[in-house]
Write a protein that binds this ligand. Structure first.
Ligand code: BF8
Ligand code: SF4
Length: 625
């Protein structure tokens, strides 16, 4: 393989070349051997029972049905629903872990974490109708806990954050019967309905997809974001570094990879403990160097300015440097291959969450009541590996500084100024046309397309056309490496956007955090509606979303909650439905007719950007701006 054909990340390319020389395989080499099944890629097969699996003909999808008679629309809708269920479950379970920590903090049973951002606590509580005036923080926190628990366990009624949804959008949800009750109920129901012989009408299945996805976006994901901010601090813009050059040959390098910030917060405390630093120095290291990866990394990049080693498709390449002394992982997007690869390069590889053990990894369980026991042990093992390094170390000389840590609260402050924090200036700049619209470009990187390339080209095209871009997850790491998160990247923007960026001193691409932090984009949309001048519902806004290189089921859940919230959402790579089928038409046209957003698909980044721009222009036209 010519690795220049599969990635534009110089550090990753360098490491893939090293891996080839070292004779170790990576996802990039395995992908060349593994041809995706075309029937599966079109979502035209069903294995929901043991009379099958049944495969339909994607070229002629209505020519036959499954053995039970299931049509292509039923099969594709059921497959899609299961993806939404899995993705929503991942985000909501992550949120549940944050809720567990919050409960224990509120009850005074955890000493290692505290309520760090009382203002945010009060704001979140007030936003869902909890009385805050003149009350003690801890009393409010107790009420907030009780309320947020309903996001999960409630059997009847509406999830608490439904109160944050613009009234007109909520009205549409009421009409369609898709306001989520509790996430557990929605996910259970979707699994029931997609069992053989239950829901076999694609419209009805998609309704439950919407309800479940919304219980993720305005539920589990939003709980994860809000509680992380309350417990660990709301991000504020901070200069921070991205790329493998932040590994240090003369220090003990520790990487935290996964999704839940509690592990990372405890690791930060461990590596800053003078006793641990002493141990590292006694072993001959200059110090301890902590980096993040994937979404764990994206969260602390913005929250604390901890450097980020790489996004999903770079995770193996980072190990190939040989410089990683220990990698601690928790949940989600952790390639099993990292275990064997770590063995090849002498990296100590640790799983920490009872939900996610990996063959070959050492499991040191993380308990929120005694978090340091886990992270101190990992530091100790990392120091030990530093002392016994045998692998040849090669660290790519790539470091990219940018500004990270924009929250919707900060967007408010930044554009509105200290004393009149509001979205009015953003709306005004959209109305006067300096900013054409806002695009969320988010999501994974995927071996099936050129790594980082689709993200970077799509975003460049958007800002060139005066579309302000907000980002989360692995996508924001792609753009950070491309240098777009610096204020001087404003020169790449169209005249209008450039003027706004230069006046405010902000980059044209804003980094918002991890994938659960897509909920920040939902709240920003709600604020834009509330502020006025841009219509009554989220579906009226000149905004669009994209996941150009998505690979996970979580991305499908995110995409669908944006669509159900009213946002035009375009995905790249492949789309799990067949053009021309009724199910496909429902996602790509029908939902919009119901007052929601719509799905779209394009592989080419420039085409993707222009489809988003066309949608933004359509909304501007409807608004008469
Ligand atoms: O939740 S962007 S590859 S790391 S799924 Fe995974 Fe995709 Fe990265 Fe985080 Ni999100
Ligand atoms: Fe085939 Fe129907 Fe069973 Fe699916 S549920 S595997 S379509 S028989």
């Amino acid at each position: 393989i010519n690795f220049r054909d599969v990635s534009i990340c110089e550090a990753t390319i360098q490491m893939l070349e090293k891996a080839a020389k070292d004779g170790v395989e990576t996802a990039f080499t395995r992908a060349a051997e593994m041809k995706p099944c075309p029937i599966g890629a079109d979502s035209a097969c069903c294995k929901h029972c043991f009379m099958g699996p049944c495969r339909l003909n994607s070229k002629d999808p209505y020519a036959k049905t499954g053995i039970c008679g299931a049509t292509i629309d039923t099969i594709a809708a059921r497959n899609f629903a299961r993806m939404v269920a899995s993705g929503a479950a991942a985000h909501t379970d992550h949120g549940m872990s944050m809720l567990d920590v919050f409960r224990e903090v509120v009850n005074g049973r955890i000493k290692d974490y505290q309520i760090k951002d009382e203002t945010k606590l009060r704001n979140v509580a007030a936003s869902i109708g909890i009385e805050v005036e003149g009350r003690e923080t801890m009393d409010i926190a107790k009420d907030l806990y009780e309320e947020l628990e309903r996001t999960y366990t409630q059997v009847e009624g509406e999830i608490p954050f439904a109160k944050r949804v613009p009234p007109k959008t909520l009205e549409t949800w009421h009409k369609l019967g898709i306001v989520p009750r509790g996430a557990m109920r929605e996910i259970m129901e979707i699994m029931h309905r997609t069992h053989i012989g239950v829901d076999q009408e694609y419209n009805n299945i998609v309704k439950q997809c919407s309800r479940t996805a919304l219980s993720d976006g305005w539920g589990g994901s939003m709980v994860a974001t809000e509680l992380s901010d309350i417990l660990f601090g709301t991000p504020k813009p901070i200069v921070a570094g991205v790329n493998m050059g932040y590994l240090k040959e003369d220090e003990v390098n520790i990487i935290v990879h996964g999704h839940e910030p509690n592990l990372f917060e405890s690791m930060i405390s461990s590596v800053n403990d003078p006793a641990n630093i002493e141990k590292a120095k006694a072993a001959g290291a200059k110090g301890i160097n902590l980096l993040g990866m994937c979404c764990s990394g994206a969260e602390v990049l913005g929250r604390h300015g901890i450097p980020h080693a790489g996004n999903f498709m770079s995770t193996e390449a980072v190990i190939v440097t040989g410089a990683v002394d220990a990698m601690a992982v928790d949940v989600q997007c952790i390639m099993q291959a990292l275990s064997k690869l770590s063995e090849c390069y002498g990296t100590r590889f640790f799983t920490t969450n009872p939900r996610a053990k990996i063959d070959g990894a050492t499991h040191i369980e993380f308990h929120e009541h005694t978090p340091r026991e886990c992270t101190d042990k990992i530091v100790e093992m990392a120091v030990n590996r530093f002392q016994n390094r045998t692998a040849r170390i090669e660290i790519p000389n790539r470091r990219d500084l940018g500004i990270h840590g924009f929250s919707h609260e900060y967007v408010n402050y930044m554009l509105g100024g200290k004393f009149r924090g509001s979205y009015t200036p953003l709306n005004e700049n959209i109305i006067n046309g300096r900013i054409r619209g806002v695009a969320g470009v988010v999501g994974c990187t995927n071996i099936r397309v050129k790594h980082d390339y689709v993200h970077v080209e799509c975003v460049k095209e958007l800002i060139k056309n005066n579309v302000l871009v907000v980002q989360t997850g692995c996508s924001q790491i792609s753009l950070a490496k491309a240098g777009l998160m610096k204020p001087d990247a404003a020169v790449l923007a169209g005249d209008g956007l450039r003027e706004v960026c230069e006046t405010v001193g902000m980059p044209p691409v804003l980094s918002l955090g991890s994938c659960v932090d897509n909920s920040r984009i939902l709240i920003a949309c709600a604020e834009m509606v509330r502020t006025g001048g841009l219509g009554d519902s989220i579906a009226d806004l000149p905004v669009a979303g994209a996941a150009p290189e998505y690979m996970s089921e979580k991305a499908i859940s995110i995409g669908h909650y944006f669509v159900a919230s009213g946002v035009y959402t375009i995905f790249g790579v492949t789309f799990p439905s067949i053009e021309g089928t009724k199910f496909h038409k429902l996602l790509f046209e029908g939902l919009e007719e119901q007052g929601l957003g719509k799905w779209d698909f394009a592989v080419d980044p420039i085409e993707m950007a222009h489809k988003m721009i066309a949608h933004i222009d359509k909304k501007r036209m409807a608004l008469g701006i």
